[in-house]
Ligand binder design. Structure first.
Ligand SMILES: [Fe+2]
Ligand SMILES: [Fe+2]
Length: 469
């Protein structure tokens, strides 16, 4: 007799998730050879085995409502992908990869010259305008109020001055360390300084046209459930669960801080109702088990979760997944998913803390703006050595490439939606009311909300579960 666990395990050993409808179908058929047949016929890119892969199985009916076939693929950030965080030498590879790839995005719009050419070629001392492309190794304000950036490419480096009376100054105020920029301008007569006229960022191409699903589908976006905290919003969560039960959504995405964790900040104990980390996850598992089993639930970690804080963060390890239903899919932070062809970049958003310290008008109240800053720079967490520890990997997996249809973030517990050059940014909020820390910091979260997205129209809708009844 084939048990559910056996079936799930058979697929897991080949690196595949399996849709719960397929599990119950196979359980009823009790035919082990059928599993072999499915596995041999499965396309290489199929990460979730659904009814379309099972000979003789039709799309399932749930009560009277016909559910369109969900189709989820993990394009990047699948379980087992993350590598050790690397050593110092690996950072050279990492930053070189960042410079090359982000530099290329600028170069297609504004061809640049190597920084070394500025000193080698005399025409640049004679006020010949040009563009240089480099990584910002330092940025500061001079005593006269101008902005001075140290810009570096593979051939050399040069200080770049953004005069406070020139138009590029406003953008220069928003430069963060380790971002890759293009600067158009000219060299000073003595060849020691580059005067900037304009600033060019990698950015989203203006021609970007988002993909729309060709068949019906709905996805729900949430984050920061913080299970275990004494400020977890039970009542609002239960209302959310009732709403999900009656909805026709096929996907639920949770962008990190799944649980509150243990020892994440000093004296956290006094704000926990569940003081055991296994129990925190087990409770979330129970909560998610009450949701309809046809919904694919995608879980990625955040800074409160059990995994390393270094980004990219690996998925929640298997020994914390006990009690979770089989319709859960575990991914890294960040990760890139395709929901019926609509690409979703999920990123918890810890870098927002850094941006708030570095960008003049940035605030916890405006996640929309923070997501736009990420998209303009085509990067999720640029600055090394602040709050976000970065892994020295061979490639920079925090680069935003390809351009997704959706950027889904969390972390700051404030809800906000924006559309920037065709990319929809969603920060749904949290399921934790204001904490002692947030009160001290004067942060006013907007929790108890979810965002539901129609994958055909790409129209989002914010649902507020704090409103009675
Ligand atoms: Fe959080
Ligand atoms: Fe967080």
């Amino acid at each position: 007799m084939l048990g559910e666990q056996d079936i799930v395990h058979r697929f897991l050993t080949t690196g595949r998730q399996v849709h719960p409808d397929v599990v119950s179908y196979l359980k009823d058929r009790n035919d082990s050879a059928l599993i072999d047949q499915i596995l041999t016929q499965l396309p290489n890119d199929a990460l979730v085995v659904s009814s379309c892969h099972v000979p003789g199985m039709k799309g399932e009916r749930d009560g009277t409502r016909f559910l369109p076939e969900p189709h989820l693929e993990i394009l990047r950030g699948a379980d087992g992908m993350s590598t050790p965080s690397g050593n110092f030498a690996d950072f050279l590879h990492y930053f070189r990869d960042r410079f090359t790839r982000l530099g290329e995005m600028i170069r297609v719009r504004a061809p640049g010259i190597p920084i070394q050419a500025l000193s080698r070629n005399t025409m640049y001392r004679q006020q010949q305008e040009c563009t240089i492309i480099g990584m910002v190794s330092d940025i500061r304000t001079t005593t006269n109020g101008h902005r001075l950036a140290e810009v570096e490419d593979a051939t050399g480096q040069i200080p770049v001055l953004f005069n406070k009376d020139r138009p590029a100054f406003t953008e220069a105020e928003r430069i963060v360390p380790d971002e890759v920029i293009g600067v158009h301008g000219k060299l000073s007569n003595d060849g020691k300084l580059f005067f900037a006229d304009s600033l060019i960022r990698p950015d989203i191409p203006i021609t970007h046209a988002p993909f729309h699903s060709d068949h019906p589908g709905k996805a729900i976006f949430i984050s920061d459930t913080h299970v275990g905290s004494n400020t977890f919003m039970n009542k609002e969560w239960n209302k959310f669960v009732s709403w999900v039960e009656g909805s026709d959504a096929q996907y639920l995405l949770i962008a990190g801080d799944l649980v509150d964790g243990i020892g994440v900040y000093p004296n956290q104990d006094s704000e926990l109702v569940i003081r055991d980390i296994y129990e925190q996850y087990a409770t979330l598992g129970e909560m998610l088990s009450t949701l309809p089993h046809h919904i694919i639930i995608v879980l990625s970690p955040g800074n409160h979760d059990i995994v390393r804080g270094v980004e990219p963060q690996p998925p929640i390890p298997e020994n914390f997944r006990k009690g979770f239903p089989s319709n859960c899919v575990w991914v890294e932070n960040p990760c890139l998913l395709s929901l019926q062809g609509v690409r979703v970049l999920m990123y918890h958003g810890r870098s927002i803390d850094d941006m708030i310290g570095l960008i003049p008008d940035a605030s916890y109240a405006h996640p929309q703006q923070m997501m736009e800053e990420m998209l303009r720079r085509r990067h999720l967490a640029l600055t090394y050595g602040k709050r976000v520890p970065l892994a020295a990997e061979k490639t920079d997996r925090l680069i935003i490439d390809p351009v997704p249809e959706i950027l889904h973030t969390g972390h700051i517990h404030t809800s906000g939606i924006t559309t920037y050059r065709g990319v929809l940014g969603i920060n749904a909020g949290a399921w934790q009311s204001q904490t002692v820390f947030q009160k001290q910091m004067n942060i006013n979260p907007t929790p108890g909300r979810a965002v539901v997205l129609d994958l055909q129209s790409l129209q989002p809708e914010v649902l507020d579960f704090t409103i009675s009844p």
